[in-house]
Write a protein that binds this ligand. Structure first.
Ligand code: UD1
Ligand code: UDP
Length: 367
C-alpha cells in the first residue's frame, strides 16, 4: 500500500479532498492519512463539509488558525514537518491554491517526499492575488501536476515543466458535485427558504481585492441593492467579508432591505441547491465559477481576470467589472433568459479523482 498524506485546510480543499480520498481508498492502492491544517475552523467553514461529503474524520488536526500570510504559511510548515518526521508518507497530495497548499508542498519537498499537486497550472497572471503566488510556487516544486482544464497544460508548458510531469486529469471539484448533485436537489433548500427557482440572485464574495477595500466593498453592496430591485438576493457571507461589512457599518444597511438575505456560510448541499436554482450567481470565488459551469447556471464573476478561463470560453461564466450598472444589467439579462448557454468542459465527468488514483499508483514507483 502507498502511504498518502492528503492535505486540506480551507473550505474548497475539503470538497476536492473528499473526492480524492474516496477514489484513493476505492482503488485499493493507497492507505490515506487525512491532515486538516485548521486554516478554516468555524463549523460552517469546516465540520459541515466533512459531515455532508461523508468524509472520515481527519487523522490529524494541526490547529493552525488565522493569521498573516507569513504566520499562517510558516505555522503549517512547522506542524507538517513534525507530522512527516514522525510518520513519513510515501507521497503528499495537495490541492488548489491556499496557504496550506504551498506551505505543505514546501515542507514535503524539502524532506524529499514526492509532492503531487491537484488543480495545477491555473494562472490568473495577477500577482496581487495571494493564490497566484501559491499556485506558481506549488507547481514549480511538485513532482506530478494534475491539471483540471486545458489552459493549465499551456501555462505549465510555457513555464518549462517537462511533459511527463503534467497530466490532464479533469476536475475533482466536479467529482464531488456530480456525486452529491441529486442529494443537493432533494434538499429543496431554495423552496424551503421561500425562493422561486430562476428568479433570485446568489452572491458570494471573499477576495481581499474586493472585500478588504472599503470603497470596492461599498460599490459591491450598492450592486446588491440594485439587484434587489429585480429579485431576491441571498448572500451567505464568508467570515472575512462579514468582518469587513461590520467594520464599515454596511451590514445593517443591506440587511434592512427586505429582499436581501444575509446568512452565515451555508452547507455544501444547501449551497449547491441554491446554485442550481439561481437566476444568476454573482461571485468572486474560484470554485463557484466551475460549479456554475458544470450546472449550466448563469454566473457573473466580479473580477478583472480568471485563472479558470474554460468557464468563460465554454461555460456560463462572464467576467464583470465592479460596477453597479454592469452588475445590475447582468442581473436583468439573466432573469430575462438572455444569458449565454455553455457546455461542460472536457473531463469534468465525475471521474477525475479515479484517474488520478490510477495514474499516481502506477507512476509513483518511477519517481
Ligand atoms: C482562503 C484562501 C483563499 C480561498 C478561501 C476559500 C489563502 C491565502 N486564501 O481565504 O484562496 O479562496 O480561503 O474560502 O489561503 N475566518 C474565520 N473563521 C474561519 C476561517 C477564517 O473567522 O473558519 C476569518 C478570520 O478572520 C481570517 C479571515 O477569515 O483572518 C480570512 O481567513 P484566511 O483563511 O486567512 O483566508 P480566506 O479569506 O478564508
Ligand atoms: N460553498 C458552500 N457554502 C457557502 C459558500 C460556498 O458550501 O456558503 C462551497 C461552494 O461549493 C464553493 C466552495 O465552497 O465552490 C469553495 O468556496 P470558496 O468560494 O470559499 O473558495 P474558492 O473556490 O474561491 O477558493
Amino acid at each position: 500500500m502507498i502511504k498518502a498524506a492528503l492535505i486540506a485546510g480551507a473550505r474548497p480543499n475539503f470538497i476536492k479532498i473528499a473526492a480524492l480520498g474516496r477514489a484513493f481508498t476505492d482503488s485499493g492502492h493507497f492507505s490515506n492519512t487525512l491532515i486538516h491544517t485548521g486554516q478554516h475552523y468555524d463549523a460552517k467553514m469546516s465540520d459541515i463539509f466533512f459531515t455532508q461529503l461523508g468524509m472520515p474524520e481527519p487523522d490529524m488536526f494541526l490547529g493552525i488558525g488565522s493569521g498573516s500570510h507569513a504566520t499562517q504559511t510558516a505555522a503549517v510548515m512547522v506542524e507538517t514537518e513534525k507530522v512527516f518526521t514522525a510518520n513519513r508518507p510515501d507521497v503528499v497530495v495537495v490541492v488548489g491554491d491556499v496557504n496550506s497548499t504551498v506551505a505543505t508542498a514546501l515542507t514535503a519537498k524539502k524532506m524529499c517526499i514526492p509532492v503531487v499537486h491537484v488543480e495545477a497550472g491555473l494562472r490568473s497572471f495577477d500577482p496581487g492575488m495571494p493564490e497566484e503566488i501559491n499556485r506558481i510556487v506549488t507547481d514549480a516544486i511538485s513532482d506530478l501536476l494534475y491539471v483540471s482544464e486545458p489552459s493549465g497544460l499551456t501555462h505549465l508548458k510555457n513555464e518549462g515543466v517537462p511533459d511527463h510531469k503534467v497530466i490532464f486529469a479533469g476536475n475533482v471539484m466536479i467529482d464531488s458535485l456530480r456525486r452529491f448533485e441529486e442529494k443537493a436537489r432533494a434538499t429543496k433548500y431554495h423552496a424551503e427558504i421561500g425562493l422561486d427557482a430562476g428568479k433570485y440572485f446568489l452572491i458570494t464574495a471573499h477576495r481581499p481585492a474586493m472585500v478588504d477595500n472599503d470603497d470596492q466593498l461599498r460599490v459591491f453592496a450598492h450592486a446588491l441593492l440594485g439587484l434587489a430591485e429585480m429579485g431576491d438576493v441571498v448572500f451567505p457571507i464568508h467570515p472575512r467579508t462579514s468582518k469587513r461589512l461590520e467594520a464599515i457599518g454596511l451590514g445593517p444597511k443591506l440587511a434592512a432591505n427586505g429582499r436581501i438575505r444575509m446568512t452565515e456560510p451555508i452547507g455544501y448541499l444547501e449551497f449547491m441547491n441554491l446554485m442550481m436554482h439561481a437566476g444568476l450567481i454573482v461571485t468572486d470565488s474560484g470554485g463557484v465559477q466551475e460549479e456554475s459551469t458544470a450546472l449550466a447556471v448563469p454566473c457573473a464573476t466580479v473580477r478583472p481576470n480568471t485563472e479558470r478561463p474554460v468557464t468563460v470560453d465554454e461555460g456560463t461564466n462572464e467576467l464583470m467589472r465592479l460596477d453597479v450598472d454592469e452588475i445590475v444589467a447582468a442581473g436583468r439579462k439573466a432573469l430575462s433568459g438572455g444569458w449565454k448557454t455553455g457546455r461542460v468542459p472536457e473531463l469534468w465527468d465525475g471521474k477525475a479523482a479515479n484517474r488520478i488514483a490510477e495514474h499516481l499508483a502506477e507512476t509513483l514507483p518511477t519517481l
